[in-house]
Each structure stands twice: as structure tokens, then as C-alpha cells.
Design a protein around this ligand. Structure first.
Ligand code: ATP
Ligand code: MG
Length: 219
């Protein structure tokens, strides 16, 4: 029987935006994933500034954002842990929950470029498959330079816009995927809110309402 395929998208989600949703939907379709879990990271409240919203607020916004996307799911796995979560630990938990599934770690090339700084990154690369997605302003091919040369044979390019076939899936562990990425970042949204500029269309409407109602990201 075909294994179930689960995607995970980690991040601060400070706040979640249309770029995250677009990326998750496109990857979900191309890799035939049954679900993509959005997993906001825990950042301790003592780090709280006007620039980092509370974990509960970041999670609430993710929940609002995925409501209209049945296959995208908000996961409180890292927030519930109440301490800094490392990917190696999160993946062990997910592998226990989805024992027979194939897990795909989805991340933007900007995030993948830092993978050597992750705790136990070699182990993390053994734990699951990786989908590295393009992001405006970053060179997707640069992802190859992020890892030592012995990983070169594990990295495959997924060209074209169609679904990714079983041949590629069985040959590689790390997939470089050019998507129709939107030029949106949480940093830009926070600075717009601070400056009193509109964020309409950059985040889902209920997230926009939440930010204004709770006065997030104000001076
Ligand atoms: P910030 O500006 O605060 O860093 P961000 O927009 O980069 O926020 P994150 O929560 O840091 O959002 O991102 C979570 C994951 O989503 C990362 O792997 C990141 O590369 C990816 N990502 C974020 N925005 C986009 C986008 N517009 N297109 C493709 N990938 C994205
Ligand atoms: Mg980021």
C-alpha cells in the first residue's frame, strides 16, 4: 500500500501570510501530500517584544489562516512543549504519530541555507525527506552549497510545474522545487503594521482582523 505523505512547514509565523499558504498548497499538489502541518515554533514570553507576538497569538493566526484550506493543518506540537524545540525532536514526535507515513520537511531556500547550524542536522537529514522551495530574492540552486559534497547525490531538481513522479521520489532525499512563490515576508507585514500601512491581501482577512483587534506589532 502507498504510504501516506505528510508535509510539515515550520516557522515563527509572526504572522502567517499568503506566501506560506501559497507555498504549502503548491507543494501539497505537486507531491500529492495528504496534509501539510503548520508548526509555529515556541519562543519564550521573556523574549516578547512588540516585534514577536506571543505563541498563543501566532498559533491562533495560523488556525484562522488554514480554516479555508482543508488539507492544511495548524499543529501546536512545538508551542505545547513550552520550550525551544529542535527539529530533530519535533521529527521524532511526528514519526511516532505518523508511524507509516513519509514525512516531507518543507522550507524556503533562505531557511535551508542555515541547515548546518541546526542541532544534529545530519540526523535530521536522515529522519525525513526535504522539499526546498524557491523564494524571491534567493537562488534556489544555492541550496546545493549549503551541505557538504557527500550530499550532492541526494539532492534532486524538480523542474517544470507538474507533479513529482515516483522515479524522482525514490532516487533523492532532498528536492529543489521552483514554485510560484509570492514576494511576501512576515518582516514586511510587521513593519507595515507599525507604520500604519495596509496589509490587506498579504494575509488572509481573518488574520488581518486579528492583528488589528489585538493591536499586534504596534510600537
Ligand atoms: P520573517 O520575515 O519574520 O523571517 P518569514 O516570512 O520568513 O518571516 P517564517 O515564519 O520565517 O516567515 O517562514 C517559515 C517558512 O516559510 C520558512 O521555511 C520560509 O523560508 C518559508 N517562507 C516564508 N515566506 C515564504 C514565501 N513568500 N515563499 C516561499 N517560502 C516562504
Ligand atoms: Mg523567515
Amino acid at each position: 500500500m502507498e504510504s501516506q505523505r505528510i508535509g510539515l512547514l515550520g516557522g515563527t509565523f509572526n504572522p502567517v501570510h499568503e506566501g506560506h499558504l501559497q507555498a504549502a498548497e503548491e507543494v501539497r499538489l505537486r507531491f500529492a501530500l495528504s496534509q501539510v502541518l503548520f508548526i509555529p515554533s515556541y519562543i519564550p514570553p521573556h523574549k516578547q517584544t512588540t516585534d514577536i507576538a506571543l505563541p498563543e497569538d501566532r498559533f491562533a493566526m495560523v488556525e484562522l489562516a488554514v480554516r479555508s484550506h482543508p488539507q492544511l493543518v495548524a499543529s501546536s506540537l512545538e508551542i505545547e512543549a513550552r520550550k525551544k524545540s529542535y527539529s530533530v525532536i519535533t521529527l521524532n514526535k511526528l514519526k511516532a504519530i505518523y508511524a507509516d507515513a513519509w514525512i516531507f520537511f518543507i522550507l524556503g531556500v533562505d531557511a535551508f541555507l542555515e541547515i548546518e547550524t541546526w542541532k544534529s542536522y545530519r540526523e535530521v537529514l536522515e529522519q525525513c525527506r526535504f522539499i526546498v522551495i524557491s523564494r524571491p530574492g534567493f537562488d534556489l540552486a544555492g541550496a546545493r552549497e549549503a551541505l557538504p559534497p557527500e550530499y550532492a547525490g541526494k539532492i534532486g531538481d524538480c523542474r517544470g510545474a507538474g507533479s513529482v513522479g515516483d522515479d524522482l521520489l525514490s532516487r533523492f532525499r532532498i528536492f529543489l522545487v521552483s514554485i510560484r512563490a509570492l514576494d511576501i515576508s512576515s518582516t514586511e507585514i510587521r513593519s507595515r503594521v507599525r507604520a500604519g500601512r495596509p496589509i490587506h491581501g498579504l494575509v488572509p482577512d481573518p488574520v488581518e482582523e486579528y492583528i488589528h483587534k489585538k493591536n499586534l506589532y504596534q510600537e
